[in-house]
Design a protein around this ligand. Structure first.
Ligand SMILES: *[C@@H]1O[C@H](CO)[C@@H](O)[C@H](O)[C@H]1NC(C)=O
Ligand SMILES: *[C@@H]1O[C@H](CO)[C@@H](O)[C@H](O)[C@H]1NC(C)=O
Ligand SMILES: *[C@@H]1O[C@H](CO)[C@@H](O)[C@H](O)[C@H]1NC(C)=O
Length: 415
């Protein structure tokens, strides 16, 4: 998928060489692309068990680099991919932080937001939700979702000029997985239905309100989803395997900013900040809510993009039941539309009934510019032919503030 962009750049470079020779399109040398494969610490699962773990200071490429892709999946002791039917991957997230040199963070085991202080500072993405600070992260769709950042862009990290003196850049990996072997209701467990879990308090020890029917508060670390009678313990040792591709940073790369939007954001023009609820419920349709298209639950958010730029990549995150999500301009023009692929088999990456991939957008360079303060609309659709709890409607975009040949945008647009 990087190919069309490259050939486009080559022909553009050629055009420039012939026509004016002022601007050069630097094409990163593919041969210098580095790649590393890493394993998280082991996590053990039994039928119906849940882990929501935070692994601090994970193995990660060092130095001032430009990340080009980030792929992750759950594997067993033999390195064999584990299916979603056995281990449902609710989500994994990778968040950057700065730790004071010498600070022992291996002992931390909860949400990184709780640890902020003088030894530990989060260095999250550019916006807009204060509780969605990850650089990378996906869920069940992880195996078939393209994460490649197109040339000549890259996600810049490890820039010594940005790391506070006396600190070092580190990364925390959050893995939330639900073992659904032998459970009474597989999709109920993956949607964290309250009635299936053995807890009355959330991860912070607060009582779960009576009308909360399901979601993350019920399926936190060390909770248990109901298994069928007679199902025995059967311990499985698992790992997150993640593969990072990067280049050593070079002036010829253009950095991109990461924005994550959440359809449950309560933002209003009068609000100071964003309050992203992350999860929501989809109620089953009845004769009064069924639309001409059938049973579709549509949730919309209108918000202001703090700072603009050129969109170079976009992807949505939805849970099972999701049927697509789109980021629009106020006038209805589409910026990016991302739709799920459902599996139809048994093997890892094609599990029947699960979202195994989300389509992505790679707009032609320079073709989609968002202006500073522009109002955008995020829409997330789910099938409402049955009830869903704990669903999500996130949208992740990469925005470049410069074009490869930013000195001559008019030439570019007239091509
Ligand atoms: C940056 O990358 C280009 C293309 O790969 C190379 O020609 C150039 O020498 C690199 N510059 C630095 C400072 O490494
Ligand atoms: C739920 O079950 C798990 C696994 O058996 C157990 O470790 C945990 O303490 C239980 N939680 C409650 C609140 O009973
Ligand atoms: C969502 O559903 C509505 C109909 O309710 C439709 O008009 C819209 O195009 C759909 N959007 C997406 C992103 O699928």
């Amino acid at each position: 998928m990087a190919k069309p962009q490259l050939s486009w750049l080559y022909s553009f470079a050629l055009f420039l060489t012939v026509s004016c020779q002022i601007i050069k399109a630097h094409i990163p040398d593919e041969s210098r692309l580095k790649s590393g494969v890493y394993l998280s610490p082991e996590f053990d699962m039994n039928p119906g068990s849940v882990v929501n773990r935070f692994y601090y200071n994970i193995d990660f490429p060092k130095g001032h680099i430009g990340i080009k892709s980030f792929y992750a999946e759950v594997v067993d002791e033999g390195g064999v991919p584990v299916t979603l039917k056995d281990t449902y991957l609710h989500h994994w997230l990778v968040v950057r932080y700065y730790a004071r040199v010498g600070f022992e963070d291996k002992v931390l085991n909860s949400d990184p937001r709780l640890h902020q202080g003088s030894d530990f500072m989060l260095a999250g993405n550019t916006g807009v939700c204060g509780n969605l600070m990850q650089y990378f992260g996906l869920g069940s769709e992880t195996r078939k979702t393209d994460t490649n950042v197109p040339d000549p862009y890259a996600i810049e990290v490890g820039n010594p000029a940005e790391i506070p003196k006396g600190y070092e850049e580190r990364w925390v990996l959050n893995v939330h997985a639900i073992d659904t072997r032998g459970v009474v209701d597989r999709f109920g467990c993956t949607e964290c239905r309250r009635s299936l879990y053995n807890t009355t308090i959330d991860e912070y020890g607060r009582y779960i309100i009576p009308d909360y029917e399901g979601g993350m508060r019920c399926c936190h670390d060390n909770t248990q989803c109901k298994v069928k009678e007679g199902v025995e313990h059967s311990l499985r040792r698992l790992y997150m395997k993640y593969t990072v591709e990067w280049f050593d940073w070079n002036e010829s790369f253009l950095p991109v900013k990461i924005y994550i939007f959440d359809v449950t954001d309560t933002w209003k023009p009068s609000s100071k900040g964003h309050d992203c609820k992350i999860e929501y419920e989809v109620n089953p349709c009845d004769s009064s809510t069924v639309s001409s298209n059938g049973c579709i639950d549509t949730k919309r958010l209108s918000f202001k993009m703090p700072r603009g730029g050129y969109v170079v990549y976009g992807v949505a995150h939805q849970h099972a039941g999701g049927i697509g999500s789109t980021l629009y301009r106020k006038d209805g023009r589409t910026i990016c539309s991302s739709t799920p692929t459902y599996g139809n088999g048994n093997e890892a990456g094609n599990e029947d009934g699960y979202i195994v991939g989300m389509s992505t957008c790679y707009p032609e360079p320079g073709s989609i510019k968002i202006n500073d303060g522009e109002t955008l609309v995020l829409e997330s659709n789910y099938s409402s032919s049955q009830k869903h709890t704990g669903v999500m409607g996130l949208f992740y975009i990469l925005v470049a503030e410069q074009l490869p040949m930013h000195k001559d945008i008019s030439t570019l647009q007239s091509l």
